[in-house]
Design a protein around this ligand. Structure first.
Ligand code: PEP
Ligand code: MN
Length: 332
């Protein structure tokens, strides 16, 4: 249950009530928000006078629920806004990994040329094999920082584990929690204690309930700026890398208040399908896309098979803009 306690209730009383109800306490300018387990369905009688509003839920999708409020949460990333009343579809693009200054500079120049706001690239790569390229680490973060100041781009990069979560929060404009880290409660809880926007990817073996509950870990910590990212789930199919769950996206749009970004690159796993999936995803009226693009995919150190080259990305954007505008949205 979510309970809004009146502002007049003292902090000390709120702490006592939160303890009694086993609740998270989030302090807002207008009121105190208490989030209890969803099993609580009614405000206990002794607190009724202190309550401004209360919301009961069928399960532990609470702060993220469209039944709490039905508008999509607005997220402002240094002036680039998604959700709320902004009909923006934010394209996040760039290579899978930062590999060198030359490579990431070429990527940043492409984003600038195409009027794209957000550059992506991983520095801590969650690889399936310990023998694969693991990312440039802090050196990569510093290169991304340089791209931000030289090109005025927002930067999104991934946190792989809790050893570098503070570093990533410091350097990124949006912190990406990858599919393999979706269950890492150390990362989730730490990300709940910043106000930086968090892009939470769906674990490829996770149900929608588990995915949104992972978002609840961040939201209940007090960070309202959570974006969900569908990036494909594992099914019986082996011809594509994963299966992009568009039905799941329809569910999330209907039942949550969180902005949604679709990642066709990791779902498909092969260059050839990415543009079609990106167009289909855009037509769903979502808040953004994540596309992997590399200056020369044939030499990419990770995810080489799925990254678009620069010309493919330019062509794709040319076809995405009219699709977005046909449904009243703007690519940013
Ligand atoms: C990535 O974005 O490069 C990545 C590793 O994604 P995922 O966590 O979805 O596999
Ligand atoms: Mn990748």
């Amino acid at each position: 249950m979510i309970i809004h306690l009146k502002n007049s209730v003292s902090d000390a009383d709120v702490v006592t009530i939160a303890q009694k109800l086993d609740a998270f306490h989030i302090k807002k300018p207008e009121h105190h928000v208490l989030v209890t387990p969803s099993a609580l369905q009614e405000v206990p009688a002794q607190y009724e006078k202190l309550v401004e509003a209360s919301f009961a839920f069928a399960n532990d999708i609470q702060l993220a629920s469209a039944d709490y409020f039905s508008d999509i949460r607005e997220i402002d990333i240094n002036g680039v806004k998604i959700g709320g009343s902004n009909n923006n579809t934010m394209v996040i693009a760039g290579p899978c990994s930062v590999e060198s200054e030359e490579q990431i500079t070429q990527s940043a120049e492409l984003m600038k040329e195409q009027g794209i706001s957000t550059l992506r690239a991983g520095c801590y790569k969650p690889r399936t094999s310990p023998y694969s390229f693991q990312g440039m680490g802090l050196e990569g973060l510093k290169l991304l920082d340089k791209m931000r100041s030289q090109y005025g781009l927002n930067i999104i990069t991934e946190v792989r584990d809790t050893t570098h979560v503070d570093e990533v929060i410091e350097f990124a404009d949006i912190v990406q929690i990858g599919a393999k880290a979706m269950y890492d409660q150390g990362i989730l809880r730490r990300c709940g204690k910043t106000q930086k926007p968090i892009l939470l990817k769906r674990g490829f073996g996770s149900t929608l309930q588990e995915f949104v509950q992972a978002a609840e870990f961040i939201l209940s910590g007090g960070n309202d700026n959570v974006i969900l990212c569908e990036r494909g789930i594992r099914t019986f199919e082996t011809k594509t890398r994963f299966t992009l769950d568009l039905c799941g996206v329809a569910f999330l749009k209907e039942h949550t208040n969180l902005p949604i970004i679709l990642d066709p690159s990791h779902a498909m796993g092969y260059r050839y399908g990415v543009a079609d999936l990106a167009r289909a995803s855009t037509a769903m009226g979502i808040e953004g896309l994540l596309i992997e693009v590399h200056p020369d995919p044939s030499v990419a150190k990770s995810d080489a098979a799925q990254q678009l080259n620069h010309d493919m990305f330019r062509d794709l954007l040319g076809t995405l803009r009219p699709i977005a505008s046909a449904i009243g949205r703007t690519i940013v």
